[in-house]
Design a protein around this ligand. Structure first.
Ligand SMILES: [Zn+2]
Length: 466
């Protein structure tokens, strides 16, 4: 199926078929102003820079080339850096006139996660525009923002007056697999090229009640491997043997039965205030003892609420045995553990021992790769600029939120650089809808949301460095 029918969004508002010029600030004018961004987004979706987690995948050079063409006629300084063939990132910069002014980084990734084509009703890499929506993998996560970042950078470059501060687009590879071929590598090997003083990136713009959510924190990750021992033997004579598989079962039962206690901070309070109008329910959610009993009343947002109110533990990979007829003498369980700001490695190990109880004597805890939770304060000039822009474009207050997952923005927060998850999606974009759209089937974004985000972004950039 193709999206041949010209939708309203494809009509140029100035030379449009109706011949009418929409009033500035009207919905049609907003959408018309986003037409370049929409076309750029569609082009980037079609490049299908699918990151499968191995070094040869992604091939983000294709989207780098799309951006290079987009900037071809603008005075933009461009630097292409790659740690491996095809794993390219583009650093695009417009220099400001005042060295003391902020250096605003727009951090957008170029890669997307794989698709299961059977789950899609349209071509996931077609970039179709139909009924005011752009379809395709990456439309929401996060090519629409990368395209909006690029559009604003080009406009700033083409403006007659130079900005005060530098504006830097960091269009990076490999965000979806941890950044070893993208931002992490760039920060390690080319720190000057990616040095910025404040950052806008993804994971924001969802509606929470009357509020627009802006990402101010991300949970951390503290993976663990639980190694258990048993007594091996021939499977035909199990008497006297103690299979490690049984011990894995015991540990899993215990992990499934115990819920880590809630630890509520400022962002939790902000979330409840923004999202829960029912005062009684809100009171229970602010009480760590009564919170869990109230979760089922939260409907589609319950999973998010559970995740950001505590350290979570999810068993993911089990290993025991290698041969059908041998009772395994050892086994292991991988745990995906997500931490809160302030959670230490010792806290995680103590929590595990508490959850496992007497079983912890029989389990060796090994540490897997992880990272700390990160948070940027909301008392920064950039956050204030976001608040003003969102109020101006959408008439809504902002609520800072914690993301349950991680993004490249954390690498800047770790360096002390304030970084926020930005976006300004349309009124129907609840957090739940956003979560479903990201990495799901039939990923797509409406033109209105692209236009709103672009408009707010212009205001923020003008506010900070204009
Ligand atoms: Zn993303």
């Amino acid at each position: 199926m193709t999206g041949d029918a010209r939708s309203r969004a494809e009509v140029d508002p100035v030379s449009g078929e109706s011949g009418a010029v929409p009033a500035a600030g009207s919905p049609d004018a907003l959408v018309g102003a986003a037409s370049d961004t929409i076309e750029l987004l569609r082009a980037m979706i079609r490049e299908a820079c699918v990151n499968e987690g191995h070094p040869g995948s992604g091939q983000e050079i294709r989207n780098v080339r799309v951006l290079q063409r987009f900037f071809a006629d603008a005075p933009v300084e461009m630097q292409v850096l790659e740690p491996a063939p095809g794993r390219s990132s583009l650093i695009a910069r417009v220099r400001g006139t005042d060295p003391a002014a902020p250096v605003l980084g727009l951090l957008g990734h170029l890669d997307v996660v794989p698709v299961d084509p059977d789950g899609w009703t349209r071509n996931p890499f077609g970039g179709e525009l139909s009924d005011g929506e752009v379809w395709g993998r990456g439309a929401v996560d996060m090519l629409y923002l990368t395209a909006a970042f690029a559009t604003v950078l080009r406009d700033v470059a083409l403006a007659p007056e130079k900005p005060r501060g530098d504006l830097v687009l960091l269009a990076v590879a490999d965000e979806e697999a941890g950044g070893d071929y993208g931002l992490r590598w760039l920060l390690n090997t080319h720190p000057d090229a990616v040095a910025v003083s404040e950052v806008l990136s993804e994971s924001g713009g969802m509606r929470m009640g009357e509020h627009v959510a802006i990402g101010a924190a991300e949970k951390g990750s503290a993976g663990r491997l639980l190694v258990v021992q048993g007594t091996p033997g021939h499977a035909s004579i199990p008497y006297g043997a103690r299979s490690a598989a049984y011990r894995i079962g015991d540990v899993l039962q215990q992990l499934g039965a115990v819920v880590p206690a809630a630890q509520l901070g400022e962002l939790w309070d902000a979330f409840v205030t923004a999202r829960i109008p029912d005062e009684d329910l809100a009171d229970r959610l602010r009480d760590p003892v009564r919170l869990d009993a109230a979760l089922p009343q939260l409907g589609g947002i319950a999973g998010y609420a559970y995740a950001v109110s505590r350290v979570t533990i999810s068993p993911t990979v089990l290993r025991a045995g290698s041969t059908h007829n041998v009772i395994p003498g050892s086994g292991s369980i991988e745990l995906d553990i997500r931490t809160l700001p302030g959670t230490t490695d010792d806290d995680v190990d103590d929590l595990l021992r508490a959850v496992l109880g007497p079983l912890s004597e029989l389990v060796e805890i090994q540490h897997l790769r992880g990272w700390d939770a990160t948070a940027s304060g909301t008392d920064t000039p950039l956050f204030a600029a976001i608040e003003r822009a969102v109020e101006s474009v959408a008439g809504s207050p902002v609520v800072p939120i914690m993301a349950a997952g991680g993004s490249d923005a954390r690498l800047f927060r770790e360096l002390g650089v304030p970084a926020y998850g930005f976006g300004l999606l349309g009124p129907s974009w609840s957090y739940e809808r956003y979560r479903e759209g990201v990495h799901g089937h039939d990923e797509r974004i409406d033109v209105e949301s692209v236009a709103l985000s672009l408009e707010a972004l212009r205001l923020i950039v003008a506010d900070r460095i204009g």
